[in-house]
Design a protein around this ligand. Structure first.
Ligand code: FEO
Length: 168
């Protein structure tokens, strides 16, 4: 059985992961409206990743005999100015998620839950990749600097992204 403090913290994280899914879906909508299908595809895959993260916590809490309590999802931002702004926001969001995961790990260590600590390590590593991906495209878009041809080329590259469910 998992401690109440940890159950509450995991339920909070499930909410944040599902919010992330919703936030990125809002970015998909923006790119669809801008006729940038490759950028939209990139964020569709991100939506699937976030669903995977949320469900990973969801399944784990059940496995530990905890109770999943779903809460309301915050409204995501719906107006975006440019592809660069979207990636800057996504990068900032991933940094925020990293902070949440680190806090969750801190509570876990304090509560001395070794099993949860082992489970969370996957997320600690995953966040390094999440931040690196967003940061890479922020830098590329800065170099493109609004150039139409550059954007089309990047759109073609991003169209190749597919969701591969990580090995659990
Ligand atoms: Fe679930 Fe993108 O962190």
């Amino acid at each position: 059985m998992i401690k109440q403090t940890l159950q509450d913290a995991i339920n909070e994280q499930i909410n944040k992961e599902i919010f992330s899914e919703y936030y990125y879906l809002s970015m998909v909508a923006y790119f669809e409206s801008e006729d940038l299908p490759g950028f939209a595809q990139f964020f569709k895959v991100q939506v699937e990743e976030e669903r995977f993260h949320g469900m990973k916590f969801f399944d784990y809490l059940n496995e530990r005999g905890g109770k999943v309590i779903l809460k309301g999802i915050e409204n995501p931002k719906t107006d975006f100015e440019s592809p660069l702004q979207v990636f800057e926001l996504a990068y900032k969001h991933e940094q925020y998620v990293t902070e949440l995961i680190n806090n969750l790990m801190d509570i876990t260590i304090k509560e001395n839950d070794h099993a949860l600590r082992s489970f969370l390590q996957w997320f600690i590593d995953e966040q390094v990749e999440e931040e690196a991906t967003m940061s890479k495209y922020v830098n590329q878009l800065k170099r493109i600097n609004g150039n139409g041809q550059g954007l089309i080329m990047l759109d073609r590259e991003l169209a190749q992204r597919i969701f591969v469910p990580p090995v659990k």
